[in-house]
Design a protein. Structure first.
Length: 293
């Protein structure tokens, strides 16, 4: 199955509520999920990697690093596959044409901390090494706490990733999260979003948020998008996209990961080689959403 065929298959039921939500299944090799474990200072980090079973492997595979939300923290390795991107990958029955990496943040952890960022990067390195991932085509995405992690991991590793898709995330530490002095990437007394823009450079970013999000206000994503667009190094059209899902609350990952255009947009970018023209995919979506409203 080629990329166009897969995207067509995914598009048969786009934007169906719940498709990317909690879909309990046991990740197994029959559908491409392989368990991995690496040793960390906090003990073993168990996680899953998905690799396509029905896609030609002549070339290195593009890679999606998925960062889960706060409810999937733990040490079983399974929970991160059960929400967000995981059910979409599972439903493709081995035809999803990316490597997908599902690291797990420890209980009480936060993706913005150096330790949890290292955990994600270790899992990514294992996946690329073991399954032939393409380091020039690594895409980071996540929802809620994982949306924060998407921004913060990219800021911690400037120029490392080909593109980002944060969902209902932010940059400033959320309530009840305390970053120890010396571990913050930003001067929290200054313009954090402008600092983020400098760290991201020309990395393409497509931001998603629910218009009715009661937990992370949509204005956070709007302000981040405005700051990225205002940065002198990111003035090329298409480097920053923002989609606000009408009528959607905090579960903005559901329509987002059922959006074929997102995966097409990913594949148009390589590390250090953004394709600003890919912004038309977000523009098409905006037209479609305006017609529905």
């Amino acid at each position: 199955m080629n990329r166009r065929h897969f995207l067509t298959l995914l598009g048969l039921a786009p934007l169906v509520p719940g498709c990317a939500g909690s879909g309990r299944f046991l990740p197994g090799e029959a559908h491409g999920f392989v368990a991995r474990s690496v040793q960390t200072p906090d003990g073993p980090h168990r996680f899953y990697v998905y690799r396509p079973r029905h896609v030609a492997h002549a070339d290195k595979l593009p890679v999606i690093l998925y960062l889960h939300g706060g409810g999937e923290r733990g040490d079983d390795g399974i929970l991160p596959t059960q929400v967000g991107l995981g059910p979409v990958v599972q439903s493709a029955l081995g035809y999803f044409p990316f490597l997908a990496v599902f690291p797990q943040c420890k209980s009480g952890g936060f993706w913005g901390s150096p330790q949890m960022a290292e955990r994600a990067m270790q899992a990514l390195a294992v996946a690329i090494h073991d399954f032939g991932g393409d380091p020039e085509r690594v895409y980071v995405t996540g929802n809620s706490m994982g949306g924060y992690g998407t921004y913060l991991l990219a800021a911690r590793h400037p120029g490392q990733f080909a593109a980002l898709a944060p969902i209902c995330g932010g940059v400033k530490p959320p309530p009840l999260v305390r970053i120890p002095q010396g571990e913050s990437l930003f001067d929290l007394r200054g313009d954090v979003y402008a600092q983020l823009a400098k760290r991201l450079g020309k990395t393409p970013v497509w931001i998603f948020h629910g218009a009715s999000d009661p937990l992370v206000p949509k204005k956070i994503s709007v302000e981040i998008a405005d700051a990225l667009r205002a940065d002198g190094d990111r003035i090329e059209p298409g480097l920053t996209q923002l989609t606000i899902w009408p009528g959607v609350g905090h579960a903005a990952e559901e329509p987002t990961y059922n959006l074929p255009q997102l995966f097409d947009w990913f594949l148009r970018h390589k590390r250090g080689q953004p394709d600003p023209s890919a912004g038309y995919l977000a523009a098409q979506l905006e037209v479609e959403l305006s017609r529905r409203s």
